[in-house]
Ligand binder design. Structure first.
Ligand SMILES: NC(=O)c1ccc[n+]([C@@H]2O[C@H](COP(=O)([O-])OP(=O)(O)OC[C@H]3O[C@@H](n4cnc5c(N)ncnc54)[C@H](O)[C@@H]3O)[C@@H](O)[C@H]2O)c1
Ligand SMILES: [Zn+2]
Ligand SMILES: [Zn+2]
Length: 379
């Protein structure tokens, strides 16, 4: 089959790789109809992780079940399914507690597995024609047949539940004010989720005019940090107090307006933007080792975080991979009921063959390249 293969920093290619096959009785093989490129892929694409050449990318996958292993009971050939980016067993201590982002079974010696991602286990990515899904009864979320809501449902693999998870970590409640750093796909989903949960005002911070425009369209208040300090702009609009809650949807590759990276910039901005006793939801990625980090400590994943201010203000924070399975069924049902339409974030729908160009544009955050869906069945 054809798949998107990482070659070297800033280069992927669409190549022939072996077809996946059933390896365990509870596996299924899914014929991919939609698979998305994620900001998380860009950390690997830019050579800013330990990812080795040869890895097949793709952790945001949906499609039609092609083949089922003999132990699969609830999923059948022809079912339309979306797969959480987390690969999880369903029976370990963390899965039983709903923390499927930290499964103890699927990636030995580590808590958490994912398709097509460095350090996240042996699972081949789905930016390809087919995907092997382990523990299929647990991992497949069934969708209504047909092709209605295809692009909304595709976002259930990662960014919609991840944005929602950020609001859960920050315990966003009706009437609260929330600042969201980053108006990339994840930040937009976090802002959207905060509004779905009844936040009174959501501030969306970025410097990309096209992304800030989308934030404005969904009802968030855009804050352009290239036009003045974001913390001050937020404080000005909250009577000097700061917001009740804050979300990091940027991570360690945060940049100053001029483009230089400052890995702790968003964490420290959040500490100043949120009022005393507020809560932070940190879903932007932080890594234990960053080969391209801007300092020796950053290379070891050690950042200059304002713990003193964080402590003084009595702030609390939640971090980590989103437990997609904790929310994907409910968010699917909001889509079906017409209460959520996350695909407003999608800017491009392209055949798999165009993945190399799509990576280039999305990596440069070129104007209008907000979220790319690849369609392997498209010629
Ligand atoms: N925790 C999880 O489960 C999970 C899941 C998916 C993605 N992620 C992570 O979430 C982050 C965002 O993903 P994405 O797909 O939206 O990526 P993205 O790179 O497209 O978006 C990041 C946005 O942040 C903006 N930005 C950069 N520096 C900033 C700053 N100092 N202040 C405000 N905005 C700033 C950029 O302009 C960009 O629009 C990535 O780190 C990704 O790895 C985490
Ligand atoms: Zn993703
Ligand atoms: Zn598990």
């Amino acid at each position: 089959m054809k798949a998107v293969v990482y070659k070297e920093p800033f280069k992927v290619a669409v190549e022939d790789v072996p077809d996946p096959r059933i390896e365990h009785p509870n596996d299924v093989i899914v014929k991919i109809t939609t698979t998305a490129i994620c900001g998380s892929d860009l950390h690997m694409y830019e050579g800013r992780t330990g990812a080795e050449p040869g890895i097949v990318f793709g952790h945001e996958n949906m499609g039609i079940v092609e083949e089922t292993g003999p132990g699969v009971t609830s999923i059948h050939r022809g079912d339309r399914v979306v797969l959480p980016f987390n690969v999880a067993c369903g029976f370990c201590k963390n899965c039983l507690a709903g923390k499927t982002g930290f499964c103890l079974t699927v990636n030995e010696g580590f808590a958490g597995g994912a398709y097509g991602y460095v350090s996240m286990g042996p699972f081949i990515g789905g930016q390809a024609q087919y995907l092997r899904v382990p523990y299929a009864d647990f991992n497949c979320l069934k969708l209504p047949p047909g092709d209605e809501h295809e692009d909304d449902f595709a976002l259930l693999a990662d960014i919609f539940p991840t944005g929602y998870h950020a609001t859960e970590l920050a315990q966003v409640s009706p009437g609260e004010t929330v600042c969201v750093y980053g108006a990339g796909p994840v930040g937009l989903m976090a802002a959207y989720s905060a509004l779905l949960r009844g936040a009174s005002r959501v501030f969306s911070v970025d410097r990309q005019p096209d992304r800030l425009r989308v934030a404005h369209e969904i009802g968030a208040i855009p804050i352009d940090y290239s036009k003045g300090d974001a913390v001050e702009q937020i404080k000005e609009q909250t009577d000097g107090e700061g917001t009740d809650k804050g979300i990091d949807a940027v991570g360690y590759q945060a940049t100053v307006p001029e483009g230089e990276e400052q890995p702790a910039m968003v964490l420290n901005s959040l500490v100043e933007s949120v009022r005393p006793t507020g809560m932070l939801g940190i879903v932007g990625l932080y890594v234990p080792a960053d080969p391209g980090g801007p300092s020796d400590s950053a290379k070891k994943g050690e950042l200059l975080f304002k713990i003193g201010r964080f402590f003084e203000k009595g702030l609390r924070a939640g971090t980590g991979q989103a437990n997609v399975k904790a929310y994907n069924r409910q968010l699917r049902d909001m889509i079906i009921a017409g209460r959520a339409n996350p695909s407003f974030v999608v800017s491009h729908r392209l055949p798999l063959a165009e993945a190399p160009e799509a990576y280039e544009h999305f990596d440069k955050r070129d104007n209008g390249w907000t979220k790319v869906l690849l369609k392997p069945q498209m010629a």
